[in-house]
Design a protein around this ligand. Sequence first.
Ligand code: AP5
Length: 218
Amino acid sequence: MRLVLVGPPGAGKGTQAEFIAENFGIPKISTGDIFRANVSGGTDLGKLAKKYMDAGDLVPDEVTNAMVRDRLAQPDAKDGFLLDGFPRNVAQAGELDRMLDELGAPLSVVLDLDVDFDEVVKRLSGRRTCKSCGHVWHLEYDPPKVAGICDRDGGELYQRDDDQPETVRHRLEVYHLQTEPLIGFYREAGRLVAIDALGPVEDVTERAIGALTPFANS
Ligand code: AP5
């Protein structure tokens, strides 16, 4: 299955991507995670991306597209993948179609995680991420047993720089202006499936897997 996850910042794309990718045995490719790994590693790509990420803006398309093209060419993506955070505007969606045409492997489906504005603000303000394994926690919805420490590997939890209230507001504007039009684009192309992403994580996972299963071998 070749799958794209869409939804506003904080919708739970990263959280669900882990479970969905595992269920269907496909690699999870998150452009946000790849950029953050480059920022931590101090690479040239990371230095460039950081300016845009800290401001809550999109990294320029030519940089992002080239990074995704390289990643999709890796052997583990040959039989399918889950893209989390890409495409993020209609131009990137056109470029993804071109990449997949070249590979002779069209997109199977686009899953939209539907959540309202107030909920995403709550989810983002309480998010904490493990520095070592990257697992995402939430202070209220999914708190670690010991404050500030990851249950999985004892790593230190941190708050993402772009989860500060001012930056969150801007990211939501960028989503509304640039990413939301993608939903109409994919709906018109008959490739969109939407689910209600409110409620406990396990319930959302069940809805997602139920909605995606018919596309598992496409
Ligand atoms: P990216 O990392 O992709 O950020 P995002 O799209 O804004 O999404 P988030 O990671 O903030 O949220 P999420 O939907 O994954 O939610 P999560 O599962 O963590 O991108 C960051 C930046 O990188 C961009 O701003 C841009 O600069 C750059 N970038 C990335 N891709 C790009 C591209 N294609 N083009 C250009 N630039 C790009 O969940 C959030 C919280 O809610 C967590 O605490 C979680 O525990 C909790 N939670 C999850 N599900 C539930 C639930 N069901 N109930 C209660 N709480 C829940």
